[in-house]
Design a protein around this ligand. Sequence first.
Ligand SMILES: Cc1cc2nc3c(=O)[nH]c(=O)nc-3n(C[C@H](O)[C@H](O)[C@H](O)COP(=O)(O)O)c2cc1C
Length: 377
Amino acid sequence: MSFKKIPVLRIGDFETDIPIVQGGMGVGISLAGLASAVANAGGIGVIATAGIGQFEPDWDTNSKEADKRALQKEIRKAKAKTDGIIGVNIMVALSDFDELVQCAVQEGANILFLGAGLPIRLPNTLPLDKLGEVATKFVPIVSSAKAAKLIFRSWVKRYCHVPDAVVVEGPLAGGHLGFKREHIDNPDYSLEKILPEVIAAIRPYEEQFNKSIPVIAAGGIYTGADIHKFMQLGALGVQMGTRFVATYECDASPEFKQAYLDCKKEDIVIIDSPVGLPGRAIRDEFLERVSSGVKETFKCPWKCLKSCDFKSVPYCIGRALTNAKEGNMEEGFAFAGANTYRVDKIVSVKELIETLIEEYDRSNAVVDASKKAGMNI
Ligand SMILES: Cc1cc2nc3c(=O)[nH]c(=O)nc-3n(C[C@H](O)[C@H](O)[C@H](O)COP(=O)(O)O)c2cc1C
């Protein structure tokens, strides 16, 4: 066949076989197991740091150290399992953002994905006057062109350097969303709308710094045809979360994955997370209970999220998500993307990626054929 195959994705010196980034999924959903499988399949595998230390014995008494130690272990484990590209997802909202960034760079993570807040500053422990020489690449996650501009302007001013790529996450994503509740269903904030805006905002910086800054689309991307669609709109890659939860290699419990298999469209809801952002999740008894006003009793050994007012929030989101990750769905809930109801089986990462590539190639062939026939698709 003559049509072009799925393209590679280049971020700095790193080049993938396929333009797919596995979205970082916190509280133990994406650890070394999932990340290394995705990297072995030719994509970018991402270890998420939110709550990563909760599985260490001293989490309650020594949380920051527990987080760093757990991250170090997961990066080493992933690197032992793959020669592919391993990223780390670090939420700017985490109280130990600086320590985790420093740790990931020291451990040789290839790419850092920085979301849930604007990474307008990097920790002072990095060589901020020569960021270009750091082997690790930096990729902010944004939900608007305005946020992208703020970050780029700040980096130019502070560091004379700009990020190596950008993820644009639209309102159909799972987990915390970078949108006001009332904007989530507004077409003006759809991924189709914000992706070209972010690309346009980044373009002048590509010229100024003479480097390619790929924009990666995320949120609701489910099939290879979706990947093709967003790449036609200018994305050079995609980030996907939900599809990777429904894999054998995903680090979540079977019960968590079963919640993905069992849910229906009407079960996917927007919640007001205790951290002050909306989030997308699967409705369950726990969420019914806390949304009816029942306040869970919990102890907070430390404030893991900068913005969490732990004395007044109705429940600890870190604990609830960890319970679900470990299979205790009665005491927690699962974050999930808008398309989760379409998940009907658990597959291997390899199988998933092969299917996505086949679907991508089919869409590409249709577009190629119609171009040849002079049609405008
Ligand atoms: C279970 C779950 C946990 C997530 N945790 C995080 C996280 O810790 N940090 C983050 O930046 N994004 C997080 N996300 C968002 C994903 O990385 C990804 O960008 C998003 O889910 C993409 O949308 P999709 O699920 O429709 O593919 C999470 C998503 C899910 C489904």
